[in-house]
Design a protein around this ligand. Structure first.
Ligand SMILES: Cc1cc2nc3c(=O)[nH]c(=O)nc-3n(C[C@H](O)[C@H](O)[C@H](O)COP(=O)(O)OP(=O)(O)OC[C@H]3O[C@@H](n4cnc5c(N)ncnc54)[C@H](O)[C@@H]3O)c2cc1C
Length: 306
């Protein structure tokens, strides 16, 4: 009987958490793109496990964080989009092992501020990266010569069948803005080493990072951050500079005048405007320099049917 009550409580909570034909664009920084067939906001590991166990295996899943590094195409996402909330927003200090366990739904900015309050150093760079911890681990986000992989010891993931696994750092294969974590795995939490640091030093470092970013990047605009990855020899913006594309627009999309590796949705852009403008950059840079830029922004979903 107890078990039955638990199942019904879960089903009841799902009804609120599941949305059909949901306009997922509003959950992204770009704010463009189509709908997702099903949107599920998971509040706990139990509900996520239960949901995955009920979901037919042929239905694809996509995990969304803060949507700060993705472009959802105008035809939307066929399948289920999952967002981690509730229990996934916890940060736990484990003093006996000198580690920090952070849920994937936690915003980078909140983690950085939590570390400041608790005199924990090393996380200051996250103040300027507007994603969730889950998305940042998946992307191996970083800036100012630091990336999230520097601090991590292990992650916990849930697979498509609802089974939980621990993956140690060495098995994640972190590289520049990339990991080998399979797309159908959802990162539920990450464990980081802790090091003590004075609050004043942390505060000052975060201040200087925020200030620097504001002067060189369009941080308060509808954008997906750096559109392309840097190459081994050149920064992506240096290559785009060679083709003089600052300020160039297409439909409602525009290349930032402040930072040419940022594309902005300045006037109700379609995702197609943004993607085609990006592809024009790739083509022109290739013609001019022989170098092929690689997209850092993840483009997901389908093109709109005409
Ligand atoms: C103004 C601006 C500045 C930025 N500056 C930087 C920067 O300096 N450095 C940098 O590295 N990035 C930067 N970014 C990009 C972005 O903020 C980071 O990549 C961020 O870590 C993405 O996190 P997110 O939660 O938004 O992920 P999303 O954009 O939602 O998703 C990104 C990828 O991660 C996957 N994902 C998300 N959550 C999970 C999860 N729990 N489990 C498994 N997979 C998951 C998604 O499926 C997707 O493939 C910037 C973006 C903006 C808009």
């Amino acid at each position: 009987m107890k078990c039955l009550i638990k199942i019904f409580t879960l089903i009841k909570s799902f009804v609120k958490s599941i949305k059909i034909n949901y306009p997922i664009a509003k959950n992204t920084w770009f704010g463009s793109g189509g709908k997702t067939s099903i949107f599920f906001e998971a509040q706990s590991i139990i509900s996520l496990k239960f949901f995955l166990s009920l979901l037919p295996i042929n239905i694809p899943i996509f995990t969304i964080g803060m949507g700060s590094n993705i472009l959802i195409r105008d035809g939307g996402i066929r399948g289920v989009t999952i967002k981690l909330k509730g229990d996934f927003n916890k940060i736990i200090i484990d003093k006996s092992n000198n580690v920090l366990k952070v849920g994937s739904g936690v915003k980078n900015i909140d983690l950085a501020k939590f570390c400041e309050v608790n005199n924990i150093g090393g996380f200051e760079f996250l103040i300027g990266i507007p994603g969730s911890v889950g998305g940042s681990v998946k992307m191996n986000a970083g800036c100012f010569k630091q990336s999230i992989s520097d601090l991590i010891t292990k992650i916990t993931v849930i697979d498509r069948l609802g089974k939980i696994h621990t993956i140690n750092k060495e098995k994640i294969n972190f590289s520049y803005r990339k990991t080998e974590i399979p797309n159908q795995h959802i990162i539920i939490d990450s464990t980081f080493n802790m090091q003590k640091k004075s609050k004043t030093l942390i505060k000052n470092k975060m201040k200087s990072i925020s200030l620097k970013r504001k002067t060189v990047q369009p941080t308060n605009t509808r954008t997906g951050g750096s559109t392309f990855k840097n190459t081994k020899s050149f920064k992506a913006w240096e290559l785009i500079e060679k083709i003089n594309f600052r300020g160039k627009s297409l439909g409602g999309a525009k290349i930032s005048k402040l930072h040419p590796n940022f594309i902005i949705n300045y006037n109700n852009a379609k995702s197609l405007d943004i993607e085609v403008l990006g592809e024009e950059i790739v083509e022109e840079v290739r013609k001019k320099t022989g170098i092929r830029l690689e997209w850092e922004i993840k483009r997901v979903g389908n093109f709109e049917k005409i």
